[in-house]
Design a protein around this ligand. Structure first.
Ligand SMILES: O=C(O)CCC(=O)C(=O)O
Ligand SMILES: [Fe+2]
Length: 411
Protein backbone atom coordinates (compact mmCIF):
# COMPACT_ATOMS: atom_id res chain seq x y z
CA UNK A 1 0.00 0.00 0.00
CA UNK A 2 2.90 2.33 0.72
CA UNK A 3 4.04 2.08 -2.92
CA UNK A 4 0.49 2.57 -4.21
CA UNK A 5 0.10 5.75 -2.16
CA UNK A 6 3.45 7.10 -3.31
CA UNK A 7 2.59 6.48 -6.96
CA UNK A 8 -0.92 7.96 -6.65
CA UNK A 9 0.05 11.23 -4.96
CA UNK A 10 3.84 11.52 -5.12
CA UNK A 11 3.94 15.09 -3.82
CA UNK A 12 1.81 14.45 -0.73
CA UNK A 13 4.22 14.07 2.19
CA UNK A 14 1.82 13.64 5.08
CA UNK A 15 -1.47 11.85 4.34
CA UNK A 16 -2.74 12.53 7.89
CA UNK A 17 -1.94 16.25 8.20
CA UNK A 18 -5.55 17.49 8.38
CA UNK A 19 -6.51 15.11 11.19
CA UNK A 20 -9.78 13.94 9.59
CA UNK A 21 -9.33 10.50 11.13
CA UNK A 22 -9.80 12.16 14.53
CA UNK A 23 -12.41 14.77 13.61
CA UNK A 24 -14.58 12.68 11.27
CA UNK A 25 -17.08 11.54 13.90
CA UNK A 26 -17.92 15.21 14.56
CA UNK A 27 -18.41 15.83 10.83
CA UNK A 28 -20.61 12.73 10.67
CA UNK A 29 -22.82 14.09 13.41
CA UNK A 30 -23.20 17.40 11.59
CA UNK A 31 -24.13 15.57 8.41
CA UNK A 32 -26.58 13.25 10.15
CA UNK A 33 -28.30 16.25 11.72
CA UNK A 34 -28.83 17.63 8.22
CA UNK A 35 -30.35 14.60 6.51
CA UNK A 36 -31.11 16.82 3.53
CA UNK A 37 -29.12 20.02 3.30
CA UNK A 38 -29.98 21.51 -0.05
CA UNK A 39 -29.77 25.19 -0.97
CA UNK A 40 -32.02 26.54 -3.68
CA UNK A 41 -31.80 30.21 -4.64
CA UNK A 42 -33.50 29.89 -7.97
CA UNK A 43 -35.45 32.99 -8.98
CA UNK A 44 -38.83 32.87 -10.70
CA UNK A 45 -37.63 34.65 -13.85
CA UNK A 46 -35.69 31.55 -14.71
CA UNK A 47 -38.98 29.76 -15.38
CA UNK A 48 -38.82 31.42 -18.77
CA UNK A 49 -35.70 29.45 -19.57
CA UNK A 50 -36.43 27.31 -22.61
CA UNK A 51 -33.77 24.65 -21.99
CA UNK A 52 -34.95 21.84 -19.75
CA UNK A 53 -38.23 23.58 -19.06
CA UNK A 54 -39.62 20.89 -16.75
CA UNK A 55 -36.36 20.66 -14.83
CA UNK A 56 -36.24 24.42 -14.33
CA UNK A 57 -39.80 24.42 -13.04
CA UNK A 58 -38.94 21.68 -10.56
CA UNK A 59 -35.95 23.63 -9.28
CA UNK A 60 -37.90 26.89 -9.13
CA UNK A 61 -40.70 25.25 -7.12
CA UNK A 62 -38.20 24.05 -4.48
CA UNK A 63 -39.06 20.40 -5.09
CA UNK A 64 -36.71 18.23 -3.04
CA UNK A 65 -34.39 16.43 -5.45
CA UNK A 66 -33.50 13.67 -6.06
CA UNK A 67 -37.06 12.38 -6.12
CA UNK A 68 -37.55 9.10 -4.22
CA UNK A 69 -38.96 6.22 -6.28
CA UNK A 70 -39.56 2.53 -5.73
CA UNK A 71 -38.77 -0.21 -8.26
CA UNK A 72 -41.74 -2.18 -6.88
CA UNK A 73 -44.05 0.31 -8.59
CA UNK A 74 -41.85 2.22 -11.08
CA UNK A 75 -42.26 1.15 -14.70
CA UNK A 76 -39.45 1.51 -17.21
CA UNK A 77 -41.67 3.70 -19.37
CA UNK A 78 -42.34 6.14 -16.51
CA UNK A 79 -38.66 6.27 -15.64
CA UNK A 80 -37.68 6.98 -19.26
CA UNK A 81 -40.30 9.69 -19.81
CA UNK A 82 -40.15 11.47 -16.47
CA UNK A 83 -36.50 11.14 -15.38
CA UNK A 84 -34.20 9.91 -18.16
CA UNK A 85 -35.64 12.11 -20.94
CA UNK A 86 -36.17 15.12 -18.61
CA UNK A 87 -32.71 14.85 -17.02
CA UNK A 88 -34.05 14.74 -13.47
CA UNK A 89 -32.13 12.97 -10.67
CA UNK A 90 -33.86 10.33 -8.55
CA UNK A 91 -33.19 7.59 -6.01
CA UNK A 92 -34.73 4.21 -6.79
CA UNK A 93 -35.33 1.81 -3.89
CA UNK A 94 -35.42 -1.99 -4.05
CA UNK A 95 -33.43 -2.67 -7.23
CA UNK A 96 -30.85 -5.11 -5.75
CA UNK A 97 -33.73 -6.67 -3.79
CA UNK A 98 -34.87 -7.95 -7.19
CA UNK A 99 -37.53 -5.48 -8.32
CA UNK A 100 -37.44 -4.00 -11.82
CA UNK A 101 -40.12 -2.41 -14.01
CA UNK A 102 -42.69 -2.91 -11.20
CA UNK A 103 -42.09 -6.66 -11.16
CA UNK A 104 -40.31 -9.09 -8.87
CA UNK A 105 -37.23 -10.70 -10.40
CA UNK A 106 -34.32 -12.51 -8.81
CA UNK A 107 -32.51 -10.75 -6.00
CA UNK A 108 -28.93 -9.72 -6.82
CA UNK A 109 -26.38 -12.24 -5.51
CA UNK A 110 -24.28 -9.14 -4.75
CA UNK A 111 -26.53 -8.44 -1.76
CA UNK A 112 -25.01 -11.48 -0.02
CA UNK A 113 -21.69 -11.87 -1.79
CA UNK A 114 -20.44 -8.26 -1.65
CA UNK A 115 -20.05 -7.84 2.07
CA UNK A 116 -16.83 -7.54 4.04
CA UNK A 117 -17.83 -10.55 6.18
CA UNK A 118 -18.43 -12.72 3.11
CA UNK A 119 -15.19 -11.75 1.38
CA UNK A 120 -13.23 -12.62 4.52
CA UNK A 121 -15.21 -15.80 5.20
CA UNK A 122 -14.68 -17.07 1.63
CA UNK A 123 -10.98 -16.42 2.04
CA UNK A 124 -10.87 -18.73 5.02
CA UNK A 125 -12.75 -21.50 3.19
CA UNK A 126 -11.06 -21.39 -0.17
CA UNK A 127 -7.60 -22.41 -1.16
CA UNK A 128 -5.15 -19.54 -0.95
CA UNK A 129 -4.84 -18.85 -4.70
CA UNK A 130 -8.58 -19.01 -5.43
CA UNK A 131 -9.58 -16.29 -3.07
CA UNK A 132 -10.93 -12.97 -4.33
CA UNK A 133 -8.66 -11.44 -1.71
CA UNK A 134 -5.71 -12.47 -3.89
CA UNK A 135 -7.04 -10.56 -6.93
CA UNK A 136 -5.67 -7.21 -8.03
CA UNK A 137 -7.98 -4.19 -7.94
CA UNK A 138 -7.29 -0.68 -9.21
CA UNK A 139 -7.10 1.89 -6.42
CA UNK A 140 -5.45 4.86 -8.12
CA UNK A 141 -3.50 6.24 -11.06
CA UNK A 142 0.07 7.44 -11.37
CA UNK A 143 1.10 10.71 -13.05
CA UNK A 144 1.05 9.03 -16.48
CA UNK A 145 -2.50 7.78 -16.01
CA UNK A 146 -1.32 4.20 -15.46
CA UNK A 147 -3.50 2.09 -13.14
CA UNK A 148 -2.16 1.37 -9.66
CA UNK A 149 -3.35 -2.05 -8.51
CA UNK A 150 -3.16 -3.83 -5.18
CA UNK A 151 -4.30 -7.22 -3.92
CA UNK A 152 -7.67 -6.94 -2.22
CA UNK A 153 -6.32 -8.50 0.99
CA UNK A 154 -3.84 -5.63 1.39
CA UNK A 155 -6.52 -3.08 0.63
CA UNK A 156 -8.90 -4.60 3.21
CA UNK A 157 -6.22 -4.39 5.87
CA UNK A 158 -5.50 -0.78 4.81
CA UNK A 159 -9.22 0.02 5.19
CA UNK A 160 -9.07 -1.11 8.81
CA UNK A 161 -5.76 0.43 9.76
CA UNK A 162 -5.26 3.67 7.83
CA UNK A 163 -5.55 7.09 9.43
CA UNK A 164 -5.35 8.98 6.11
CA UNK A 165 -7.41 12.12 5.61
CA UNK A 166 -8.53 10.97 2.17
CA UNK A 167 -7.79 7.24 1.78
CA UNK A 168 -7.29 5.44 -1.53
CA UNK A 169 -10.53 4.15 -3.12
CA UNK A 170 -10.98 0.98 -5.22
CA UNK A 171 -12.50 2.02 -8.54
CA UNK A 172 -12.12 -0.97 -10.81
CA UNK A 173 -13.55 -1.17 -14.33
CA UNK A 174 -11.73 -4.33 -15.32
CA UNK A 175 -14.87 -6.34 -16.00
CA UNK A 176 -13.65 -7.43 -19.41
CA UNK A 177 -13.42 -11.14 -18.80
CA UNK A 178 -9.67 -11.36 -18.27
CA UNK A 179 -9.98 -12.17 -14.58
CA UNK A 180 -12.30 -14.93 -13.44
CA UNK A 181 -13.55 -12.77 -10.60
CA UNK A 182 -14.66 -10.07 -13.00
CA UNK A 183 -16.97 -12.69 -14.57
CA UNK A 184 -18.21 -13.71 -11.14
CA UNK A 185 -18.87 -10.09 -10.13
CA UNK A 186 -20.71 -9.49 -13.40
CA UNK A 187 -23.05 -12.40 -12.73
CA UNK A 188 -23.86 -11.05 -9.28
CA UNK A 189 -25.80 -7.98 -10.40
CA UNK A 190 -28.11 -7.12 -13.30
CA UNK A 191 -28.42 -3.88 -15.27
CA UNK A 192 -31.98 -2.78 -14.45
CA UNK A 193 -34.32 -2.34 -17.40
CA UNK A 194 -34.53 1.39 -16.62
CA UNK A 195 -30.94 1.85 -17.82
CA UNK A 196 -30.77 -0.54 -20.76
CA UNK A 197 -31.33 1.98 -23.57
CA UNK A 198 -27.59 2.43 -24.07
CA UNK A 199 -26.30 3.69 -27.44
CA UNK A 200 -22.81 2.36 -26.66
CA UNK A 201 -24.22 -1.19 -26.58
CA UNK A 202 -23.75 -1.02 -30.36
CA UNK A 203 -19.98 -0.84 -29.78
CA UNK A 204 -18.09 -3.92 -28.55
CA UNK A 205 -17.17 -4.02 -24.85
CA UNK A 206 -13.46 -3.77 -25.60
CA UNK A 207 -13.91 -0.69 -27.84
CA UNK A 208 -16.48 1.32 -25.95
CA UNK A 209 -15.21 3.76 -23.28
CA UNK A 210 -14.94 2.30 -19.73
CA UNK A 211 -18.45 2.20 -18.28
CA UNK A 212 -18.76 -0.06 -15.24
CA UNK A 213 -16.92 0.00 -11.96
CA UNK A 214 -16.98 -1.87 -8.69
CA UNK A 215 -16.38 0.61 -5.90
CA UNK A 216 -14.85 -0.31 -2.53
CA UNK A 217 -14.44 2.83 -0.47
CA UNK A 218 -12.92 3.25 2.96
CA UNK A 219 -14.64 5.73 5.27
CA UNK A 220 -13.57 9.32 4.29
CA UNK A 221 -12.65 8.37 0.70
CA UNK A 222 -14.72 9.74 -2.16
CA UNK A 223 -15.10 11.27 -5.60
CA UNK A 224 -14.31 14.95 -6.23
CA UNK A 225 -16.85 17.19 -7.94
CA UNK A 226 -17.17 16.33 -11.66
CA UNK A 227 -19.51 15.74 -14.62
CA UNK A 228 -19.49 12.30 -16.24
CA UNK A 229 -18.06 12.23 -19.77
CA UNK A 230 -19.73 12.02 -23.19
CA UNK A 231 -23.14 13.20 -21.94
CA UNK A 232 -23.70 9.83 -20.25
CA UNK A 233 -26.19 9.24 -17.45
CA UNK A 234 -25.00 7.18 -14.46
CA UNK A 235 -26.64 4.85 -11.98
CA UNK A 236 -24.92 3.95 -8.72
CA UNK A 237 -26.18 1.15 -6.45
CA UNK A 238 -24.88 0.86 -2.92
CA UNK A 239 -24.65 -2.63 -1.41
CA UNK A 240 -22.88 -1.82 1.88
CA UNK A 241 -22.62 1.41 3.90
CA UNK A 242 -23.63 5.04 3.43
CA UNK A 243 -22.55 7.70 0.92
CA UNK A 244 -23.05 11.45 1.11
CA UNK A 245 -23.82 13.09 -2.23
CA UNK A 246 -24.05 16.61 -3.55
CA UNK A 247 -25.61 17.37 -6.94
CA UNK A 248 -25.63 20.67 -8.82
CA UNK A 249 -27.77 21.18 -11.94
CA UNK A 250 -25.97 21.61 -15.27
CA UNK A 251 -26.46 25.39 -15.48
CA UNK A 252 -24.16 26.12 -12.50
CA UNK A 253 -20.76 27.35 -13.78
CA UNK A 254 -17.72 25.12 -13.32
CA UNK A 255 -15.72 27.58 -11.22
CA UNK A 256 -18.70 27.98 -8.85
CA UNK A 257 -19.16 24.23 -8.21
CA UNK A 258 -15.41 23.76 -7.87
CA UNK A 259 -15.15 26.69 -5.47
CA UNK A 260 -12.05 27.77 -7.38
CA UNK A 261 -11.85 31.21 -5.78
CA UNK A 262 -12.66 29.85 -2.31
CA UNK A 263 -9.84 27.34 -1.86
CA UNK A 264 -6.96 28.86 0.11
CA UNK A 265 -3.38 28.22 -0.86
CA UNK A 266 -2.07 24.98 0.65
CA UNK A 267 -5.57 23.55 1.10
CA UNK A 268 -6.33 20.14 -0.38
CA UNK A 269 -9.39 19.57 -2.57
CA UNK A 270 -10.20 15.88 -2.07
CA UNK A 271 -13.84 14.82 -1.47
CA UNK A 272 -13.44 15.05 2.32
CA UNK A 273 -12.17 18.64 2.06
CA UNK A 274 -14.90 19.44 -0.42
CA UNK A 275 -17.73 18.30 1.83
CA UNK A 276 -16.36 19.65 5.11
CA UNK A 277 -14.77 22.93 4.00
CA UNK A 278 -15.27 23.99 0.38
CA UNK A 279 -18.98 23.22 -0.06
CA UNK A 280 -20.03 25.21 3.05
CA UNK A 281 -18.04 28.17 1.67
CA UNK A 282 -19.72 27.81 -1.75
CA UNK A 283 -23.16 27.81 -0.12
CA UNK A 284 -22.28 30.79 2.07
CA UNK A 285 -21.02 32.71 -0.95
CA UNK A 286 -24.12 31.78 -2.96
CA UNK A 287 -26.42 33.00 -0.16
CA UNK A 288 -24.64 36.36 -0.09
CA UNK A 289 -24.17 36.91 -3.79
CA UNK A 290 -27.01 35.29 -5.69
CA UNK A 291 -28.87 38.55 -6.23
CA UNK A 292 -26.03 40.66 -7.60
CA UNK A 293 -23.42 38.31 -8.99
CA UNK A 294 -24.26 36.68 -12.29
CA UNK A 295 -22.27 33.53 -11.51
CA UNK A 296 -24.38 32.74 -8.41
CA UNK A 297 -27.66 33.64 -10.06
CA UNK A 298 -30.14 30.73 -9.89
CA UNK A 299 -27.89 28.74 -7.60
CA UNK A 300 -29.10 25.29 -6.52
CA UNK A 301 -27.39 22.35 -4.86
CA UNK A 302 -28.84 19.16 -3.44
CA UNK A 303 -27.24 17.18 -0.61
CA UNK A 304 -28.47 13.80 0.59
CA UNK A 305 -27.32 10.48 2.06
CA UNK A 306 -27.59 7.26 0.04
CA UNK A 307 -28.30 4.12 2.10
CA UNK A 308 -27.42 0.52 1.25
CA UNK A 309 -29.94 -0.94 -1.21
CA UNK A 310 -30.60 2.41 -2.90
CA UNK A 311 -29.73 3.36 -6.49
CA UNK A 312 -28.90 6.98 -7.33
CA UNK A 313 -29.64 8.11 -10.89
CA UNK A 314 -27.32 10.98 -11.96
CA UNK A 315 -28.55 12.54 -15.21
CA UNK A 316 -26.03 13.77 -17.74
CA UNK A 317 -24.52 17.20 -17.20
CA UNK A 318 -25.25 17.21 -13.45
CA UNK A 319 -22.22 17.98 -11.27
CA UNK A 320 -21.71 15.50 -8.43
CA UNK A 321 -19.33 14.66 -5.60
CA UNK A 322 -19.49 11.71 -3.22
CA UNK A 323 -18.05 11.04 0.24
CA UNK A 324 -18.05 7.57 1.80
CA UNK A 325 -19.45 8.12 5.31
CA UNK A 326 -18.69 4.50 6.24
CA UNK A 327 -16.78 1.71 4.49
CA UNK A 328 -18.82 1.08 1.34
CA UNK A 329 -19.20 -1.45 -1.48
CA UNK A 330 -21.17 -0.57 -4.58
CA UNK A 331 -21.41 -0.69 -8.34
CA UNK A 332 -21.87 2.09 -10.88
CA UNK A 333 -22.44 2.15 -14.64
CA UNK A 334 -22.63 4.91 -17.22
CA UNK A 335 -24.85 4.74 -20.27
CA UNK A 336 -25.49 6.91 -23.31
CA UNK A 337 -29.26 7.20 -23.28
CA UNK A 338 -31.19 7.18 -26.54
CA UNK A 339 -33.35 9.96 -25.04
CA UNK A 340 -30.27 12.22 -24.93
CA UNK A 341 -29.12 11.41 -28.44
CA UNK A 342 -28.28 14.94 -29.63
CA UNK A 343 -26.10 15.74 -26.63
CA UNK A 344 -24.32 12.38 -26.74
CA UNK A 345 -23.74 12.70 -30.49
CA UNK A 346 -22.29 16.22 -30.28
CA UNK A 347 -19.86 15.25 -27.54
CA UNK A 348 -18.81 11.95 -29.11
CA UNK A 349 -18.27 13.40 -32.60
CA UNK A 350 -15.95 16.14 -31.31
CA UNK A 351 -14.04 14.36 -28.53
CA UNK A 352 -13.96 10.69 -29.68
CA UNK A 353 -13.68 10.92 -33.47
CA UNK A 354 -12.99 7.24 -34.22
CA UNK A 355 -15.70 6.11 -31.83
CA UNK A 356 -18.14 8.53 -33.51
CA UNK A 357 -17.61 6.91 -36.89
CA UNK A 358 -18.02 3.39 -35.45
CA UNK A 359 -21.21 4.49 -33.72
CA UNK A 360 -22.63 5.99 -36.91
CA UNK A 361 -21.89 2.78 -38.86
CA UNK A 362 -23.67 0.70 -36.21
CA UNK A 363 -26.61 3.10 -36.03
CA UNK A 364 -27.08 2.84 -39.80
CA UNK A 365 -27.48 -0.92 -39.30
CA UNK A 366 -29.51 -1.02 -36.08
CA UNK A 367 -31.33 2.31 -35.78
CA UNK A 368 -31.49 4.12 -39.15
CA UNK A 369 -33.69 6.91 -37.77
CA UNK A 370 -31.02 7.89 -35.22
CA UNK A 371 -28.28 7.56 -37.88
CA UNK A 372 -30.20 10.00 -40.08
CA UNK A 373 -30.57 12.32 -37.12
CA UNK A 374 -26.78 12.28 -36.57
CA UNK A 375 -26.16 12.95 -40.27
CA UNK A 376 -28.65 15.80 -40.36
CA UNK A 377 -27.07 17.31 -37.25
CA UNK A 378 -23.63 17.11 -38.91
CA UNK A 379 -24.95 18.70 -42.10
CA UNK A 380 -26.69 21.46 -40.18
CA UNK A 381 -23.50 22.29 -38.22
CA UNK A 382 -21.16 21.78 -41.20
CA UNK A 383 -19.42 19.07 -39.15
CA UNK A 384 -17.00 16.86 -41.11
CA UNK A 385 -16.30 13.41 -39.66
CA UNK A 386 -12.57 12.73 -39.68
CA UNK A 387 -12.92 8.94 -40.01
CA UNK A 388 -15.61 8.87 -42.66
CA UNK A 389 -13.88 6.75 -45.39
CA UNK A 390 -14.66 9.50 -47.93
CA UNK A 391 -12.68 11.95 -45.78
CA UNK A 392 -9.89 9.43 -45.17
CA UNK A 393 -9.58 8.92 -48.94
CA UNK A 394 -9.60 12.69 -49.57
CA UNK A 395 -6.77 13.14 -47.07
CA UNK A 396 -4.84 10.29 -48.68
CA UNK A 397 -5.21 11.87 -52.13
CA UNK A 398 -4.11 15.28 -50.86
CA UNK A 399 -1.06 13.78 -49.19
CA UNK A 400 -0.23 11.84 -52.35
CA UNK A 401 -0.54 15.00 -54.49
CA UNK A 402 1.69 16.88 -52.07
CA UNK A 403 4.26 14.09 -52.13
CA UNK A 404 4.29 14.10 -55.94
CA UNK A 405 4.71 17.88 -56.12
CA UNK A 406 7.62 17.65 -53.68
CA UNK A 407 9.22 14.85 -55.74
CA UNK A 408 8.85 16.91 -58.96
CA UNK A 409 10.43 19.95 -57.34
CA UNK A 410 13.32 17.79 -56.20
CA UNK A 411 13.93 16.73 -59.84
O1 LIG B 1 -17.77 7.53 -5.60
C1 LIG B 1 -18.86 7.33 -6.12
O2 LIG B 1 -19.68 6.51 -5.70
C2 LIG B 1 -19.26 8.16 -7.34
C3 LIG B 1 -18.70 7.62 -8.59
C4 LIG B 1 -18.84 8.53 -9.76
O3 LIG B 1 -19.36 9.59 -9.71
C5 LIG B 1 -18.31 8.12 -11.06
O4 LIG B 1 -17.84 6.99 -11.19
O5 LIG B 1 -18.36 8.91 -12.02
FE1 LIG C 1 -19.53 10.46 -11.72
Amino acid sequence: MRNAKKAHRPSLRDWECDGFHESFSQHLQTIQNHSSDSLILFSSSSKENKDGHHLHNLIASNTPLPIQLDARTLTTETFRCDYDAQNIPCIIHNIPQGFDNAQKQAEWAALHEWTFEKINQVAALQKHRNSMRECLFKCGEDDDGKAIKVKLKYFLRYMQENRDDSPLYIFDSNFDGKGKFSQKLLREYTVPSYFQNDLFEYISTSRRPPYRWILIGPQRSGSCIHIDPLATHAWNTLIVGQKRWVLFPPHIPKHVVKGTALIKSGEDDEAIHYFTTILPRIKEQASQRHRHHQEYHNFACYEFTQQAGETVFVPHGWWHAVLNLTHTIGVTQNFASTTQFDDVWMQVRSSRKRLAWKLLVQLRKHDPALARRAEQRNQHDGFVMKYDPVQVEKRRQNEEALRQRKAQRAV
